[in-house]
Write a protein that binds this ligand. Sequence first.
Ligand code: ATP
Ligand code: MG
Length: 416
Amino acid sequence: MGVKAIRGFKDILPDQSPRWQEIECRARDIFSSFGLSEIRTPVLEKTEVFSRGIGEHTDIVEKEMYTFKDRNGDSLTLRPEATAGIIRSVIEHKLYASSPLLKLYTMGPMFRHERPQKGRLRQFHQINVELLGSAAPLSDAECIAMAWQIVRSMTDAKLLLEINSLGCPKCRPLHRKDLLKYLENARDQLCEDCRRRAKTNPLRIFDCKNEQCARVMRQAPLVKHYHCIECASHLGLVLDFLEFMDIPFVQNGYLVRGLDYYVRTTFEIKSPELGAQSTVAAGGRYDGLVKMLGGPDIPGVGMAVGVERLLLISPEAERQGIDLFIAALGREARNTVVPWMHQWRMAGLAVEMAWDDKSLKAQMKQADRAGAGLVLIVGENEIDEETAILRDMETREQDNIPFENIVKSVLNVFEQ
Ligand code: ATP
Ligand code: MG
């Protein structure tokens, strides 16, 4: 048996790639309508980018990162998410100096050592947005709107946009104090992970998938009851803008994010059709992060769409066939049509022909497999008469096309 791919790492095969391209294409269109620019950062960073940027006491940093020593002993990590690396790049290149607002997107693979299952891989792909330089509620709303538009444009599945606010450094400590007090009494009922989290990252317990922990947390104090005036007003304005954009949402006071850096707005787009791994897109505001990573005090909000999960709820793409297949029989015919084929391709048509000598029947089969709308047939007779046959594969109608001006004649057929 030959070598196989690593567990949790998947090939994206040729029959699947049209749907990937469709998602990426739609996302790019949506991003340009919001005025975003693309940034591409390396998939490998120094480990500290993530341990500092995501937070030591998060699931990602504690147990999910692919971290290894380089040949010269440096600790490197395959990126488990996009934000920390992008912020590293923004700071390193001082991108903020030339522009007070940075509206960035990226897309690509992320790596987390988790248990592979439906909707959960070890190499998976995200489409990410980071909007830096504004603390205004409209930037939160635009970020959410982009996630919503991407997901909504790819699926008819039922979607649920859930929103919460995690408060800010002013109001969150008050909540944390009460939450810790509450958790102290409920400690015995928590899972082992959450007992640890109760000390390091208590907010994260709201996100525990364990049924017993969820029951405990149903009675726990919620951040929303501790919001300061600014946080309450910020959330209210974000929700107003979503209403103005006709984006349906529900508030969920239990929604938290697993990353340390989130403040205020946090959101997830879920689809019940996905089962246990139901979150397709997620994001939130992270005002303190740029400063924490050594940059200036710049606020930001971002989101990530999980591409594999979105594919699970989006319909198969329609097969895209080529424009024209050329069936040439014999050496002279082949030599005659190759220059035409080249010109048609230069003009933007998708054209194919057989590379090997094959019967007309075999070539028609190949044309069919390529999904060609039209086939141009050039055999010995056609060479003698200097006229090719153009066959419509759907209607089976045929036309005779004189060799003279054939490049133009065929292009005209496509322009009609
Ligand atoms: P989950 O609770 O499912 O573990 P998360 O909070 O770890 O999600 P984020 O870090 O917010 O996920 O990542 C954003 C999105 O990326 C998720 O909503 C999901 O769509 C996708 N995603 C995250 N981890 C994986 C994975 N291991 N495999 C596939 N997609 C993933
Ligand atoms: Mg996770």
